[in-house]
Design a protein. Structure first.
Length: 376
Protein backbone atom coordinates (compact mmCIF):
# COMPACT_ATOMS: atom_id res chain seq x y z
CA UNK A 1 0.00 0.00 0.00
CA UNK A 2 1.16 3.55 -0.71
CA UNK A 3 2.05 5.82 2.19
CA UNK A 4 -0.59 8.19 3.50
CA UNK A 5 -0.02 11.68 2.03
CA UNK A 6 1.44 14.19 4.46
CA UNK A 7 -0.97 16.47 6.29
CA UNK A 8 1.66 19.16 6.84
CA UNK A 9 1.65 22.47 4.99
CA UNK A 10 4.81 24.56 5.31
CA UNK A 11 3.90 28.26 5.49
CA UNK A 12 6.63 30.84 4.85
CA UNK A 13 5.46 34.26 6.02
CA UNK A 14 7.67 36.94 7.55
CA UNK A 15 4.94 39.48 8.28
CA UNK A 16 2.74 36.81 9.93
CA UNK A 17 -0.38 38.29 8.32
CA UNK A 18 -0.78 35.34 6.00
CA UNK A 19 -0.37 32.71 8.71
CA UNK A 20 -2.99 34.39 10.91
CA UNK A 21 -5.43 34.21 8.02
CA UNK A 22 -4.50 30.82 6.53
CA UNK A 23 -3.76 28.71 9.61
CA UNK A 24 -7.41 28.32 10.73
CA UNK A 25 -8.50 27.68 7.13
CA UNK A 26 -5.90 24.97 6.64
CA UNK A 27 -6.65 23.36 9.99
CA UNK A 28 -10.34 23.34 9.13
CA UNK A 29 -9.60 21.11 6.12
CA UNK A 30 -7.43 18.69 8.09
CA UNK A 31 -3.95 20.13 7.64
CA UNK A 32 -1.16 20.58 10.16
CA UNK A 33 0.51 23.97 9.69
CA UNK A 34 4.24 24.51 10.19
CA UNK A 35 5.20 28.22 10.03
CA UNK A 36 8.62 29.79 9.43
CA UNK A 37 9.79 33.35 8.78
CA UNK A 38 12.16 33.02 5.81
CA UNK A 39 13.34 30.80 2.97
CA UNK A 40 16.43 29.51 4.77
CA UNK A 41 14.31 28.36 7.70
CA UNK A 42 11.92 26.76 5.22
CA UNK A 43 14.80 24.86 3.63
CA UNK A 44 15.88 23.63 7.06
CA UNK A 45 12.32 22.50 7.75
CA UNK A 46 12.35 20.47 4.52
CA UNK A 47 15.22 18.48 6.00
CA UNK A 48 13.00 17.49 8.92
CA UNK A 49 9.80 16.58 7.08
CA UNK A 50 8.17 16.30 3.67
CA UNK A 51 5.13 18.61 3.63
CA UNK A 52 2.19 18.30 1.29
CA UNK A 53 3.05 21.71 -0.16
CA UNK A 54 4.90 24.93 0.64
CA UNK A 55 2.90 28.17 0.72
CA UNK A 56 5.11 31.25 0.31
CA UNK A 57 4.17 34.89 0.91
CA UNK A 58 5.75 36.89 -1.93
CA UNK A 59 7.19 39.36 0.59
CA UNK A 60 9.75 36.82 1.82
CA UNK A 61 11.24 36.47 -1.68
CA UNK A 62 14.62 38.18 -2.30
CA UNK A 63 14.38 41.60 -3.93
CA UNK A 64 17.59 41.22 -5.94
CA UNK A 65 15.94 39.41 -8.86
CA UNK A 66 17.41 35.99 -8.00
CA UNK A 67 15.12 32.95 -8.37
CA UNK A 68 13.11 33.30 -5.19
CA UNK A 69 12.17 29.67 -4.65
CA UNK A 70 15.60 28.30 -5.59
CA UNK A 71 16.62 27.45 -1.97
CA UNK A 72 13.60 25.15 -1.75
CA UNK A 73 13.89 23.72 -5.26
CA UNK A 74 17.54 22.88 -4.63
CA UNK A 75 16.83 20.72 -1.58
CA UNK A 76 18.33 17.26 -2.12
CA UNK A 77 15.47 15.22 -0.63
CA UNK A 78 12.33 17.28 -0.92
CA UNK A 79 13.06 19.77 -3.68
CA UNK A 80 10.09 18.44 -5.66
CA UNK A 81 7.45 19.45 -3.09
CA UNK A 82 4.92 21.75 -4.84
CA UNK A 83 5.39 25.47 -4.13
CA UNK A 84 2.46 27.89 -4.09
CA UNK A 85 3.16 31.64 -3.92
CA UNK A 86 0.55 34.06 -2.56
CA UNK A 87 0.71 37.44 -4.33
CA UNK A 88 -1.27 40.67 -4.45
CA UNK A 89 -2.25 43.23 -7.06
CA UNK A 90 0.76 45.30 -6.01
CA UNK A 91 3.35 42.51 -6.25
CA UNK A 92 6.22 43.74 -8.48
CA UNK A 93 6.54 42.02 -11.85
CA UNK A 94 10.16 41.06 -11.16
CA UNK A 95 9.05 39.13 -8.06
CA UNK A 96 6.59 37.11 -10.13
CA UNK A 97 9.28 36.45 -12.73
CA UNK A 98 11.54 35.19 -9.94
CA UNK A 99 8.79 32.72 -8.99
CA UNK A 100 8.76 31.33 -12.52
CA UNK A 101 12.55 31.09 -12.63
CA UNK A 102 12.56 29.41 -9.23
CA UNK A 103 10.10 26.74 -10.33
CA UNK A 104 6.96 27.61 -8.34
CA UNK A 105 4.07 25.51 -9.63
CA UNK A 106 1.23 27.79 -8.67
CA UNK A 107 0.16 31.22 -7.49
CA UNK A 108 -2.83 32.50 -5.55
CA UNK A 109 -4.04 36.06 -5.73
CA UNK A 110 -4.84 37.29 -2.23
CA UNK A 111 -7.05 37.37 -0.30
CA UNK A 112 -6.92 33.58 -0.54
CA UNK A 113 -10.24 31.82 -1.03
CA UNK A 114 -10.78 28.58 0.89
CA UNK A 115 -12.21 26.88 -2.21
CA UNK A 116 -8.92 27.47 -4.04
CA UNK A 117 -6.92 25.95 -1.19
CA UNK A 118 -9.22 22.94 -1.01
CA UNK A 119 -8.92 22.30 -4.74
CA UNK A 120 -5.13 22.15 -4.50
CA UNK A 121 -5.15 20.01 -1.38
CA UNK A 122 -7.47 17.50 -3.06
CA UNK A 123 -5.10 17.15 -6.02
CA UNK A 124 -2.01 16.86 -3.82
CA UNK A 125 -3.70 14.19 -1.74
CA UNK A 126 -4.21 12.33 -5.01
CA UNK A 127 -7.97 12.42 -4.86
CA UNK A 128 -9.63 11.55 -8.16
CA UNK A 129 -10.86 14.63 -10.09
CA UNK A 130 -14.35 14.82 -11.47
CA UNK A 131 -15.24 12.77 -14.58
CA UNK A 132 -14.43 14.24 -17.98
CA UNK A 133 -16.24 13.35 -21.19
CA UNK A 134 -14.35 10.63 -23.08
CA UNK A 135 -15.00 12.46 -26.33
CA UNK A 136 -13.52 15.67 -24.92
CA UNK A 137 -10.56 13.75 -23.53
CA UNK A 138 -9.91 12.06 -26.86
CA UNK A 139 -10.03 15.31 -28.81
CA UNK A 140 -8.04 17.45 -26.39
CA UNK A 141 -5.75 15.31 -24.26
CA UNK A 142 -2.04 15.96 -24.84
CA UNK A 143 -0.08 13.36 -26.79
CA UNK A 144 3.19 11.68 -25.84
CA UNK A 145 6.11 12.33 -28.20
CA UNK A 146 9.48 10.57 -28.17
CA UNK A 147 12.11 13.07 -29.37
CA UNK A 148 15.45 11.63 -30.46
CA UNK A 149 18.45 13.86 -31.10
CA UNK A 150 17.30 17.01 -29.29
CA UNK A 151 17.91 17.92 -25.66
CA UNK A 152 15.27 19.40 -23.31
CA UNK A 153 15.02 23.20 -23.24
CA UNK A 154 16.95 23.60 -26.50
CA UNK A 155 16.54 27.26 -27.56
CA UNK A 156 14.35 27.33 -30.66
CA UNK A 157 13.92 23.55 -30.47
CA UNK A 158 10.85 21.67 -31.59
CA UNK A 159 10.59 20.08 -28.16
CA UNK A 160 9.99 23.37 -26.37
CA UNK A 161 7.29 24.31 -28.90
CA UNK A 162 5.61 20.93 -28.54
CA UNK A 163 5.64 21.30 -24.76
CA UNK A 164 3.98 24.70 -25.20
CA UNK A 165 1.26 22.80 -27.07
CA UNK A 166 0.76 20.78 -23.88
CA UNK A 167 2.25 17.53 -25.19
CA UNK A 168 4.23 15.14 -22.99
CA UNK A 169 7.78 14.66 -24.24
CA UNK A 170 10.36 11.95 -23.72
CA UNK A 171 13.84 13.13 -24.74
CA UNK A 172 16.65 10.84 -25.87
CA UNK A 173 20.07 11.77 -27.19
CA UNK A 174 20.60 8.52 -29.13
CA UNK A 175 18.66 5.42 -30.28
CA UNK A 176 19.91 3.33 -27.34
CA UNK A 177 18.63 5.86 -24.84
CA UNK A 178 15.35 6.12 -26.76
CA UNK A 179 14.74 2.37 -26.42
CA UNK A 180 15.42 2.62 -22.68
CA UNK A 181 13.08 5.61 -22.27
CA UNK A 182 10.23 3.81 -24.02
CA UNK A 183 10.66 0.75 -21.79
CA UNK A 184 10.83 2.90 -18.66
CA UNK A 185 7.79 4.98 -19.62
CA UNK A 186 5.54 1.96 -20.10
CA UNK A 187 2.65 3.91 -21.65
CA UNK A 188 1.63 4.44 -25.29
CA UNK A 189 3.81 6.66 -27.48
CA UNK A 190 1.82 8.65 -30.04
CA UNK A 191 4.66 9.96 -32.20
CA UNK A 192 8.35 9.31 -32.82
CA UNK A 193 10.14 12.55 -33.74
CA UNK A 194 13.76 12.19 -34.82
CA UNK A 195 16.29 14.87 -35.79
CA UNK A 196 18.76 14.22 -38.63
CA UNK A 197 21.54 16.23 -40.24
CA UNK A 198 20.78 15.09 -43.79
CA UNK A 199 18.19 13.09 -45.68
CA UNK A 200 19.70 9.79 -46.78
CA UNK A 201 18.93 6.10 -47.09
CA UNK A 202 21.28 5.43 -44.16
CA UNK A 203 19.33 7.81 -41.92
CA UNK A 204 16.04 6.22 -42.97
CA UNK A 205 17.35 2.77 -42.05
CA UNK A 206 18.69 4.09 -38.73
CA UNK A 207 15.23 5.41 -37.84
CA UNK A 208 13.62 2.15 -38.96
CA UNK A 209 15.95 0.12 -36.72
CA UNK A 210 14.95 2.35 -33.80
CA UNK A 211 11.26 1.78 -34.52
CA UNK A 212 11.84 -1.98 -34.52
CA UNK A 213 13.97 -2.09 -31.37
CA UNK A 214 11.60 0.20 -29.44
CA UNK A 215 8.53 -1.65 -30.76
CA UNK A 216 7.18 1.51 -32.36
CA UNK A 217 6.58 0.06 -35.81
CA UNK A 218 2.96 1.25 -35.90
CA UNK A 219 3.63 4.65 -34.35
CA UNK A 220 3.60 7.66 -36.72
CA UNK A 221 7.16 8.80 -37.37
CA UNK A 222 8.43 12.23 -38.38
CA UNK A 223 12.07 12.96 -39.19
CA UNK A 224 13.17 16.61 -39.32
CA UNK A 225 16.36 17.13 -41.31
CA UNK A 226 18.59 20.17 -40.98
CA UNK A 227 19.19 20.19 -44.73
CA UNK A 228 16.96 19.77 -47.76
CA UNK A 229 14.74 16.71 -48.11
CA UNK A 230 15.47 15.41 -51.60
CA UNK A 231 14.64 11.72 -51.42
CA UNK A 232 11.17 10.21 -51.46
CA UNK A 233 10.04 9.28 -47.91
CA UNK A 234 10.09 5.55 -47.29
CA UNK A 235 9.04 2.95 -44.76
CA UNK A 236 6.12 4.98 -43.40
CA UNK A 237 8.35 7.87 -42.31
CA UNK A 238 7.44 11.52 -42.91
CA UNK A 239 10.52 13.63 -43.66
CA UNK A 240 10.46 17.42 -43.23
CA UNK A 241 13.15 20.02 -43.84
CA UNK A 242 13.95 22.57 -41.14
CA UNK A 243 15.72 24.61 -43.82
CA UNK A 244 12.73 25.08 -46.11
CA UNK A 245 9.85 25.02 -43.60
CA UNK A 246 9.29 27.79 -41.04
CA UNK A 247 8.95 26.66 -37.39
CA UNK A 248 5.20 27.35 -37.48
CA UNK A 249 4.71 25.09 -40.50
CA UNK A 250 6.91 22.36 -39.03
CA UNK A 251 4.87 22.46 -35.84
CA UNK A 252 1.60 22.37 -37.77
CA UNK A 253 2.70 19.30 -39.73
CA UNK A 254 3.81 17.52 -36.56
CA UNK A 255 0.56 18.35 -34.74
CA UNK A 256 -1.28 17.07 -37.80
CA UNK A 257 0.41 13.69 -37.33
CA UNK A 258 -0.79 13.83 -33.72
CA UNK A 259 -4.32 14.67 -34.90
CA UNK A 260 -4.28 17.93 -32.99
CA UNK A 261 -5.13 21.34 -34.44
CA UNK A 262 -3.32 23.84 -32.22
CA UNK A 263 -2.33 26.39 -34.85
CA UNK A 264 -4.50 29.09 -33.23
CA UNK A 265 -2.22 29.13 -30.16
CA UNK A 266 0.62 30.65 -32.24
CA UNK A 267 3.18 29.10 -29.89
CA UNK A 268 6.08 30.14 -32.14
CA UNK A 269 5.22 33.79 -31.35
CA UNK A 270 5.01 33.39 -27.60
CA UNK A 271 7.15 35.50 -25.27
CA UNK A 272 7.73 35.24 -21.51
CA UNK A 273 4.86 37.00 -19.75
CA UNK A 274 4.30 36.70 -16.00
CA UNK A 275 1.30 38.13 -14.17
CA UNK A 276 -1.56 36.97 -11.91
CA UNK A 277 -4.54 35.54 -13.77
CA UNK A 278 -8.06 34.77 -12.62
CA UNK A 279 -10.41 32.48 -14.51
CA UNK A 280 -13.75 30.78 -14.13
CA UNK A 281 -15.79 28.51 -16.34
CA UNK A 282 -18.66 30.23 -18.13
CA UNK A 283 -21.76 29.91 -15.95
CA UNK A 284 -19.77 29.41 -12.75
CA UNK A 285 -19.64 31.87 -9.84
CA UNK A 286 -16.28 30.81 -8.39
CA UNK A 287 -13.06 32.42 -9.62
CA UNK A 288 -9.71 30.64 -9.45
CA UNK A 289 -6.31 32.30 -9.61
CA UNK A 290 -2.96 31.24 -11.04
CA UNK A 291 -0.21 32.98 -12.97
CA UNK A 292 0.88 33.15 -16.58
CA UNK A 293 4.29 32.15 -17.88
CA UNK A 294 3.99 33.12 -21.56
CA UNK A 295 1.77 35.00 -24.01
CA UNK A 296 1.20 34.84 -27.76
CA UNK A 297 -1.22 36.75 -30.00
CA UNK A 298 -3.48 33.70 -29.86
CA UNK A 299 -3.14 32.31 -26.35
CA UNK A 300 -2.18 32.67 -22.72
CA UNK A 301 -0.05 29.94 -21.11
CA UNK A 302 -0.62 29.59 -17.36
CA UNK A 303 0.84 27.57 -14.50
CA UNK A 304 -1.40 25.97 -11.92
CA UNK A 305 -1.81 22.68 -10.08
CA UNK A 306 -5.54 22.64 -10.84
CA UNK A 307 -6.23 23.69 -14.44
CA UNK A 308 -9.73 23.77 -15.87
CA UNK A 309 -10.89 20.79 -17.89
CA UNK A 310 -9.84 20.64 -21.56
CA UNK A 311 -12.39 22.24 -23.86
CA UNK A 312 -13.89 24.43 -21.12
CA UNK A 313 -15.01 27.95 -22.03
CA UNK A 314 -13.52 30.48 -19.61
CA UNK A 315 -13.83 34.07 -18.52
CA UNK A 316 -10.41 35.64 -17.93
CA UNK A 317 -9.03 38.46 -15.82
CA UNK A 318 -5.38 39.20 -16.61
CA UNK A 319 -3.81 41.42 -13.93
CA UNK A 320 -1.01 43.45 -15.54
CA UNK A 321 1.68 43.88 -12.91
CA UNK A 322 3.31 46.89 -14.57
CA UNK A 323 0.28 49.10 -15.30
CA UNK A 324 -2.16 47.74 -12.67
CA UNK A 325 -4.73 47.25 -15.44
CA UNK A 326 -7.01 44.23 -15.66
CA UNK A 327 -7.67 42.80 -19.12
CA UNK A 328 -10.89 40.80 -19.37
CA UNK A 329 -11.97 38.47 -22.13
CA UNK A 330 -13.14 34.97 -23.07
CA UNK A 331 -10.95 31.94 -23.69
CA UNK A 332 -11.04 28.22 -24.44
CA UNK A 333 -8.87 25.59 -22.73
CA UNK A 334 -6.88 24.14 -25.64
CA UNK A 335 -4.88 21.78 -23.41
CA UNK A 336 -4.71 20.98 -19.72
CA UNK A 337 -2.03 19.26 -17.62
CA UNK A 338 -3.00 18.82 -13.94
CA UNK A 339 -0.52 17.96 -11.21
CA UNK A 340 0.60 14.39 -10.71
CA UNK A 341 3.22 13.11 -8.29
CA UNK A 342 4.54 10.59 -10.84
CA UNK A 343 5.84 12.60 -13.79
CA UNK A 344 8.10 10.61 -16.09
CA UNK A 345 7.68 12.83 -19.16
CA UNK A 346 8.54 16.50 -19.61
CA UNK A 347 5.56 18.84 -19.88
CA UNK A 348 4.24 22.09 -18.41
CA UNK A 349 1.75 22.01 -15.55
CA UNK A 350 -1.27 24.21 -16.15
CA UNK A 351 -3.10 24.98 -19.36
CA UNK A 352 -2.98 26.71 -22.70
CA UNK A 353 -5.92 29.10 -23.09
CA UNK A 354 -6.87 30.14 -26.61
CA UNK A 355 -8.24 33.67 -26.83
CA UNK A 356 -11.76 33.91 -28.25
CA UNK A 357 -13.65 36.93 -29.50
CA UNK A 358 -11.09 39.52 -28.39
CA UNK A 359 -11.99 43.05 -29.44
CA UNK A 360 -9.58 44.85 -31.81
CA UNK A 361 -8.56 47.12 -28.92
CA UNK A 362 -7.74 44.17 -26.66
CA UNK A 363 -5.81 42.42 -29.43
CA UNK A 364 -3.81 45.58 -30.00
CA UNK A 365 -3.00 45.73 -26.28
CA UNK A 366 -1.84 42.12 -26.35
CA UNK A 367 0.39 42.72 -29.34
CA UNK A 368 1.92 45.76 -27.64
CA UNK A 369 2.61 43.65 -24.55
CA UNK A 370 4.23 40.96 -26.68
CA UNK A 371 6.31 43.51 -28.56
CA UNK A 372 7.47 45.08 -25.30
CA UNK A 373 8.36 41.75 -23.70
CA UNK A 374 10.23 40.53 -26.78
CA UNK A 375 12.51 43.59 -26.60
CA UNK A 376 13.39 43.06 -22.92
Amino acid sequence: MSAEPSRKVLLVDQAKELRLYLTPLLRAVGCEVVSVDNMLAARAELSRCRPLMVVVDWRVLPADGSPGCAPLRGHAQHGDVPILVVVGDHTPAEMLEACVQGGAEDCLLGPVRITELQARLEVLRERTPGPISLRTMERRTPRTVLVVGEAPNTPGGLGTDLEACGHHLLYASCPEQAVARVAEYGEPIHLLLSRAAVCSAEEMMRVERLRTEARLGRVPTVVVADGDVTEVPMLGQVWLSARTLAPRHLLSRINGQLQRNLAALLVDERVPFVCPVEYREVGSFAWSSCYSSALSPGALFVRTLVPARPGAALELRIHLSTTREVLEGPGLVAWSNPYTARRTASYPLGMGIQFLGMSPRRLMQLRELIRGNSLM
